[in-house]
Design a protein around this ligand. Structure first.
Ligand SMILES: Cc1ncc(COP(=O)(O)O)c(C=O)c1O
Length: 486
């Protein structure tokens, strides 16, 4: 095929895709334009397609679904739907059912807690975390510390805020403090936990760390919550021991359902600190004896959300009909447009109107999440409370703060561990005191994130909002409410 033909084909495909997403916006997400909304928080939550919600209601009211812990027809109907959902998840991630199990949880956080409370970290083992991590992953360090395991954060490179590769290799190669762990030993050396995509900067961290860490005796927790809404995750190619997701991030509905997709071999290493309804195979009250179920049921405490979990099957089928690769390309194109627009935003004297954290161009490994600060006419960071106040008045839903990812924020604002440790030692009355001590102009950044429901008009609305509201101005900061927290 000649070059002109290839270019023609690419253009045709792009036009076809842009028609598809415009039609999808109208059909599935019509409530955005009907309500005059500009939704720019897809990393916070994906949006529910109308057809999924309607299909869910039809399913629930068109059959009889009871508590799955029994053999009645109502119970069986629920059990069958749960089994279907597990199969659908494995198929979607191209995961071999002999290798992987699906445990339904309330969200990604619930999946992480299952790992944290049951993974055999202890003296001589290590928890390695990338500095870029959601707090629900950072929280694993409290389990590690309580059991005497070493905790190490791997820093980020500046300015692109990717994982510092040399430091990651060094962290994974560091010797365990006690002999008996490490290469070739039966006991795992520890856990590596990192996100496939940052919920702060949108940076995509290499999935090659999974095999690299496993080769050094680590088990790997992959936080895929921010990655899967716009990327295919192939568990036939990469084999993390534990993958955590929240389904509402992918297709908006249902909320309250996540999953731990775990290698069966890794699950066998977990030691549950308790048992509960639904998790046991046999139990005696008086003999104080129990046997845990020997499959995924051992990790699903109590009655699972049996009316909502089948919506995951429907949601995955919905996504497959659109095609995650198409969603990826659509969001990448919109992100390119957003980043290019942000680069052109200037004050009258030519000074930039925004500062972007992480890669400011597509092509680098990044997704559709963009973190930035607006700069006033004097070049100072505009308080993020001003942005949330003004953007709300413009009908825009976005996020401000640190997005539960303090490490990426610390790297973005170039805060050294020494400075942070010194501040942490002081008894501080409020977040304001903390910011003053660190000489920070603002408690966080502004996050704009795009998804399947986004359209070019959303990007244009945000760019116009910034230009019209802040160009050549120093906004009024009087009467801002106190900050509640990060
Ligand atoms: C990267 C990442 N990990 C974990 C979580 C936690 O997800 P959830 O609050 O649904 O448990 C989030 C939520 O924003 C996230 O973006």
């Amino acid at each position: 095929m000649g070059r002109a033909d290839t270019t023609g084909h690419v253009r045709e495909r792009a036009a076809e895709a842009s028609g598809l997403f415009a039609e999808l916006r109208e059909r599935e997400f019509g409530y955005l334009d009907e309500g005059g909304h500009t939704y720019l928080d897809h990393t916070g939550a994906g949006l529910p397609p109308r057809s999924l919600v309607a299909g869910s209601a039809r399913r629930i009211t068109g059959g009889l679904f009871g508590n799955p812990h029994s053999e009645s027809p109502a119970s069986r109907a629920s059990g069958d739907r749960l089994a279907e959902a597990r199969e659908a998840v494995l198929r979607y991630f191209n995961a071999d059912p002999a290798e992987y199990a699906v445990i339904f949880t309330p969200n990604a956080t619930g999946a992480l807690r299952l790992v944290g409370e049951a993974y055999p970290l202890g003296r001589g083992s290590r928890l390695v975390l990338s500095l870029d991590n959601h707090n629900s992953v950072n929280g694993l360090r409290e389990y590690a510390r309580a059991r005497g395991a070493a905790v190490e954060y791997v820093p980020l490179r500046t300015p692109d805020l990717g994982i510092d590769e040399d430091r990651m290799h060094a962290a994974l190669s560091a010797r365990a403090r006690r002999p008996g762990f490490g290469y070739g030993q039966r006991r795992p050396r520890g856990l590596l936990a990192y996100p496939a995509q940052s919920n702060f900067t949108g940076v995509q961290h290499s999935l090659e760390w999974i095999a690299a860490a496993q080769a050094r005796g680590y088990d790997v927790v992959l936080d895929a919550a921010a990655y899967i809404p716009t990327n295919a995750l192939d568990l036939g190619r990469h084999h993390p021991d534990f993958t955590v997701v929240s389904w509402y991030k992918l297709f908006g509905h249902p909320t309250g359902v996540g999953a731990l997709v775990a290698r069966r071999a890794a699950l066998a290493k977990l030691r549950r600190p308790w048992f509960a309804g639904g998790t046991i195979y046999a139990v005696s009250a008086q003999a104080q004896w129990h046997v845990l179920a020997d499959d995924e049921a051992a990790f699903e405490d109590g009655t699972v959300n049996f009316l909502a979990i089948p919506d995951v099957t429907a949601g995955l089928a919905w996504m497959e009909r659109i095609g995650i690769d198409r969603v990826h390309d659509h969001v990448e194109a919109l992100t390119g447009r957003l980043l290019a627009g942000l680069r052109t935003l200037r004050h009258g004297d030519g000074a930039p109107l925004v500062r972007v954290y992480g890669p400011d161009r597509t092509g680098a490994a990044r997704g559709g999440t963009v973190a930035l600060n607006v700069l006033d006419a004097g070049g100072r960071v505009v308080d993020e409370r001003v942005i949330i106040r003004d953007s709300a008045a413009y009908g825009i839903s976005l996020r401000t703060g640190c997005f539960c990812n303090p490490g990426a924020g610390e790297a973005a604002f170039d805060l050294s561990p020494r400075r942070l440790r010194r501040a942490a030692r002081r008894r501080l009355g409020s977040l304001e005191d903390y910011l003053k001590l660190l000489h920070l102009p603002s408690a966080g950044a502004v996050r704009v994130s795009l998804g399947a429901a986004s359209q070019p008009g959303d990007v244009e609305t945000f760019l116009s909002f910034v230009a019209q509201t802040y160009r050549d101005r120093v906004p009024d900061v009087a009467d801002l409410a106190p900050r509640l927290g990060c």
